[in-house]
Design a protein around this ligand. Structure first.
Ligand SMILES: *Cc1c(COP(=O)(O)O)cnc(C)c1O
Length: 453
């Protein structure tokens, strides 16, 4: 595909005639070779994110199709800020955002665009919330991504964290207690928490909206693409490979949605998205720019985005990827089939750990994140043993390395048999976000058992 990418660039250049580079911008071959050697060495200093051995954080390389699309478009380097900057890729962006909206069941008209990250996408949604309901409070779960508290601070908006239940989901009774105070303008729900992949019950929050009236913002940065499996309604916990359907189906009735194609959409970093149910929020973005000259009357994406320059290559890569792996359910080739493999991997690992002698499953996975810990009598012992296991798996001299991540959790999620000698403990966390994990899950379970101290 690299050859196709360079053929594409050559054809493009050919239309206007080739341009010889200025001597000042020609790299010295020897300098380049030396720099490349040092670069290669530095790049070797990464964990093997591509490999099933890497069962730690939310990290994996983009799909080869996305990489090819990104690279080819990046060589042209369109800027989706204005139609003049990226006429071709602006069109691709509109199409992919349309596909994302369709995945969530949004009914037109709606408004949306890509962003450089989930953080920026959430910032935009919270900014719109503030503009529409100034002076009100944003509620989010204590398990919501920390970005909500921080971005509220940036926006000068008051935010309050409410308790999560024993599954790590937003406690809807706690939300109602806060709503009775009368100052809440927006409730953030998360469909797939970053820590454990818990799915807030969006449908229950929507019921509260009928009575109390507030905006509902869905942070589906991590879990959003699992909407493709929601029709199955396996409801998690030991069920089929589906996911709880009702929360995902309820997203269509919410006010704003964030999803990160650079997490489960096979994309390289630099690709988030925000969607608004009401296209009228576009008016809030209105601005005048003396820099941007408009060659058409059509809507420029920069007119509905807080960011200015944005990589058209991100839209191109996502578009090409979705042509090859469409947003459809698990029974046909496409993204859903890949997510179903991740989900099955998580369920298989949970099954293997549930009744293990040495390891304990902390929570039934709702998506593809499995949290577990060595069995010990107290929280402080669990903490120490988890840290030791993490280090042993990725030690430089490990024969059969495995790369995990750790997560600090509060004492409330542990069962009654554990002495509370601390307010929480570190446990182990494996994000099984590569379909290839399904093919190696027996190995992974076996390796974890061997490593359990
Ligand atoms: C990753 C994540 C974010 C932040 O998104 P970035 O793309 O890392 O900026 C926000 N919310 C949730 C639920 C996430 O998983």
């Amino acid at each position: 595909m690299l050859a196709q990418a360079s053929a594409m660039i050559e054809a493009w250049e050919g239309r206007f005639g080739a341009v010889d580079p200025h001597p000042a911008s020609v790299a010295d071959p020897e300098v380049l070779a030396g720099a490349w050697d040092r670069f290669t060495e530095r790049m070797g200093d990464h964990y093997p994110f591509f490999h099933p051995r890497y069962a730690g954080q939310m990290l994996k390389p983009p799909h080869a199709v996305a990489a090819a699309g990104y690279l080819a478009a990046m060589l042209i380097n369109p800027n989706n800020h204005a139609l003049d900057g990226g006429p071709g890729t602006s069109g691709l962006e509109r199409e992919v955002v349309d596909e994302l909206a369709g995945m969530f069941g949004l009914t037109a008209p709606w408004l949306g665009h890509l962003t450089s990250s989930g953080t920026i996408a959430n910032l935009e949604a919270l900014w719109v919330a503030r503009e529409l309901h100034p002076g009100t409070v944003v509620l989010h779960s204590e398990q919501a991504h920390y970005t909500h508290g921080r971005m509220c601070q940036v926006l000068g908006v008051q935010s309050r964290a409410v308790a999560a239940d024993a599954f790590g989901r937003l406690d809807v009774d706690a939300v109602e207690a806060e709503l009775r105070r009368g100052d809440v303008g927006t409730v953030v729900v998360t469909t797939g928490t970053t820590g454990v992949g818990a799915i807030d019950r969006v449908q229950d929050v929507l019921e509260l909206r009928e009575r109390y009236g507030f905006r509902v913002h869905v942070d589906a940065a991590y879990g959003g693409f699992y909407a493709l499996l929601a029709a199955d309604d396996g409801a998690g916990a030991g069920g089929t490979a589906g996911v709880a359907g009702a929360p995902f189906r309820a997203i269509a009735a919410c006010d704003s949605i964030v999803v990160d194609p650079h997490k489960h959409g096979l994309q390289p970093y630099g690709c988030g998205a925000v969607l608004f149910a009401d296209p009228a929020v576009g008016a809030l973005y209105r601005h005048d720019s003396p820099y941007t000259y408009f060659t058409s009357e059509e809507l420029h994406l920069g007119e509905i985005s807080l960011e200015c320059s944005r990589a058209g290559a991100a839209a191109a890569a996502l578009w090409l990827t979705l042509q090859v792996f469409p947003l459809r359910g698990p029974d046909e080739p496409g993204l859903g089939a890949m997510l179903a493999a991740c989900r099955r991997a998580a369920l298989a690992l949970a099954d293997a750990l549930r009744d293990d002698q040495r390891l304990a499953l902390l929570l039934e996975p709702e998506l593809d994140i499995v949290v577990y810990h060595p069995r010990r009598g107290s929280l402080s012992q669990i903490d120490t043993a988890s840290a030791a296991m993490l280090a042993a798996g990725m030690a430089g001299d490990a024969q059969d390395p495995v790369f995990l991540s750790s997560l600090r959790v509060g004492e409330a999620v542990f069962g009654p048999g554990v002495a509370r000698d601390a307010d929480g403990a570190r446990v182990l966390r494996s994000v099984l976000m590569k379909p290839e994990h399904e093919l190696r899950v027996d190995w992974l379970a076996g390796r974890l058992r061997e490593l359990a101290p």
